[in-house]
Design a protein. Structure first.
Length: 247
């Protein structure tokens, strides 16, 4: 068994069915996960799910936030889930059966990790997936590739628990320079890099959105530590200051 230092947050993006939210919370409790965040839920769905008779502790302590960035900003690792059957993702998918091996290759392998599930109707959008270090696929039949949301959460939580990647220790607030940078820190670098690239004319109107998606994925794939982000942020800040000074 793996001696995990990850602590998992399950993130449901715009869920549409209160029964699915409840099933997801119960699945988390079954396999030792406690941290549930729901992004932009439909108000009636959220109220009904939270007020369900016998709602478990996971659901009672769950939080709703307005956007994805708030849900994953603290995370040093973000995984998205997708069937991969409806779009050209232009990236490799990690089969759920190989997730344990993929996670073992993450360095330093500690801190908060987030597992994202999209809306029952549309799944995760391409923009939402651009925040993910990796995309996980549950092997399903090609005749019926999409799973019910509650079932998908259950299968993924089981695999994390089975592989020993569910930590029971409380997350510590202490930050180490060698730890992987979280999404909030990476977004600060991304935003500063965007401003610099805009100033030098690198980003063109027609290709701007696609270029920024690739830039965000590039930053994620680098596996930057807190120290790396500090250095890179300082370099970009100096470049930005010099560009302003030359105006």
């Amino acid at each position: 068994m793996n001696e995990s230092r990850f602590e998992w947050r399950v993130v449901l993006v715009r869920p549409r069915n209160p029964l699915n939210v409840g099933a997801a919370a119960r699945a988390m409790a079954n396999f030792g996960l406690r941290d549930l965040v729901v992004v932009a839920p439909h108000a009636p769905v959220w109220r009904e799910a939270r007020s369900a008779v016998g709602a478990g502790e996971v659901l009672k302590s769950a939080r709703a936030v307005n956007d994805l960035a708030k849900a994953i900003g603290e995370a040093a690792l973000v995984l998205g889930t997708t069937s991969g059957s409806r779009r050209n993702l232009d990236r490799d998918l990690v089969p759920l059966s190989e997730l344990s091996t993929w996670l073992q290759g993450r360095t330093p392998g500690r801190g908060l990790a987030a597992l994202l599930f999209g809306s029952e109707k549309t799944g995760l959008s391409n923009e939402q997936m651009s925040y993910c270090h990796g995309l996980v696929r549950i092997p399903t039949s090609s005749r019926c590739p999409s799973m019910n949301l509650g079932q998908a959460v259950s299968v993924c939580c089981y695999e994390l628990a089975r592989s020993g990647f569910v930590s029971v220790a409380a997350r510590k607030a202490r930050v180490h320079l060698s730890d992987s940078a979280n999404l909030q820190a990476l977004e600060h670098v991304f935003e500063r890099a965007t401003r610099v690239l805009d100033r030098v004319g690198y980003l063109k109107p027609k290709s701007r959105s696609a270029a920024l998606t690739k830039l965000r994925r590039f930053l994620l794939d680098l596996g930057l530590t807190n120290n790396d982000v500090k250095i890179l942020g300082g370099i970009l800040a100096q470049i930005e200051w010099k560009l302003k000074d030359s105006d």
